[in-house]
Write a protein that binds this ligand. Sequence first.
Ligand SMILES: Nc1ncnc2c1ncn2[C@@H]1O[C@H](COP(=O)(O)OP(=O)(O)OP(=O)(O)O)[C@@H](O)[C@H]1O
Ligand SMILES: [Mg+2]
Length: 265
Amino acid sequence: MSHTSTILRESGEPAAARFVRHIRIDPHSSTETYPFSLPAISYLRRAGGLPLHGGVTFLVGENGSGKSTLLEAVAVAAGMNPEGGSQNYRFSTRSSESSLSDHITLVWGTEKPRSRFFLRAETYYNVATETERLGPDQVAALGGTSPHERSHGESFIDLMMHRFHPNGLYLLDEPEAALSPQACLAVLTRLADLVALRCQVVIATHSPILLALPGATIYEISDDGAIALTDYDDAQPVRLTRSFLSNPERYLRHLTSTDHSPDDV
Ligand SMILES: Nc1ncnc2c1ncn2[C@@H]1O[C@H](COP(=O)(O)OP(=O)(O)OP(=O)(O)O)[C@@H](O)[C@H]1O
Ligand SMILES: [Mg+2]
């Protein structure tokens, strides 16, 4: 990890990279079946899509709110493999991607990314297998050790440290799934460095640590599917974690009694 953290750099930096400026969804797509029936996708269809800001954009929302569905469709629309990987990864172990990417248009800026990668925590094992199959160059690009010979978290850190280059477009689906809190802090630093290296990164996450990245945009999907910008302090993973940690006993009392609703969350 770089010792020259850029987390606190605030002035004199070039504008953050913004390769993809807008995610548009075909307003005439069906509304009946998955993924179009998801409230978040329905909302985006009505709202004319989602503008993306430069640098890092986070997507937060409850389990099942549609973050992965959206991120995967963006990845496919940007030429990446739905199971994860770069443009060179074309494997499919169990095709489950939705048809959303066929109905998404990415509005690109004038500058194109020099590198792309889609990391999805749930299928990274398959990406690792494909990396080995593609040969030593792909393994070398990850730092020289096959992800199968690294721990889950180590393999994610290898990827972000070695495979992510300047001027890249990176989509990450719950990178914290493999990471300790300490490693999340390391990734936070790496994300700040990637922004300074003119990368654009879109991340679906539940991690209150990653969300703390200064200057990042946070979109929250609410229960009715509406997607709105939120501040760090108001983001649900931050509010709930902060509230829990400030008084775990109160939560445990409620969760182990018949009343399952701490009232001031
Ligand atoms: N192939 C599929 N067919 C039908 N429904 C699906 C399919 N994949 C996902 N869903 C449903 O779509 C909804 C959104 O799933 P998605 O994986 O996008 O949620 P998410 O926001 O990423 O959740 P999590 O935080 O748990 O990762 C879920 O209710 C899920 O059951
Ligand atoms: Mg998901």
